[in-house]
Design a protein around this ligand. Sequence first.
Ligand code: SF4
Length: 150
Amino acid sequence: MFLQNWPGALERSYRLTHALLRPFGRWLVPGGRAESLLAWLEEAGKGAVFDCRMCGQCVLHSTGMTCPMTCPKEMRNGPCGGVRTDGRCEVEPEQPCVWVLAWQRSRAMPRYGDQILQRQPPLDRRLYRTSAWVNEFSGRGRRVPPGWKD
Ligand code: SF4
């Protein structure tokens, strides 16, 4: 999606959305009325812009506003060892490596760009199709498996 080539603007839009939702944080709880509405909005909006797969634990601002779930291997930390020397994917050679794009785009993000250097914890697949914003504000999406160390 062409908008992804404007990572600085997308970063500002992420910060704005976070600031707008923060006052309503106490109502953003799993299973609440807001969740189904937000999940629907996320699927429509982020689906159109980021090809969002509704993982429920959004890390876009840590991955150059590039969805890691669009990697054919769904790698949350990348790139894998198979990225081609021309920067293309080893599984889908007609497409650029998602992680090469993520790195390039992260360099245009003054606030969160360096978060791409942090390791992401394993994905909790029980959160698929739930609202990432609800999971963020409720803390459900920030839980990590026992023993996980960043
Ligand atoms: S990281 Fe998850 S929630 Fe965020 S855009 Fe990708 S699939 Fe959607």
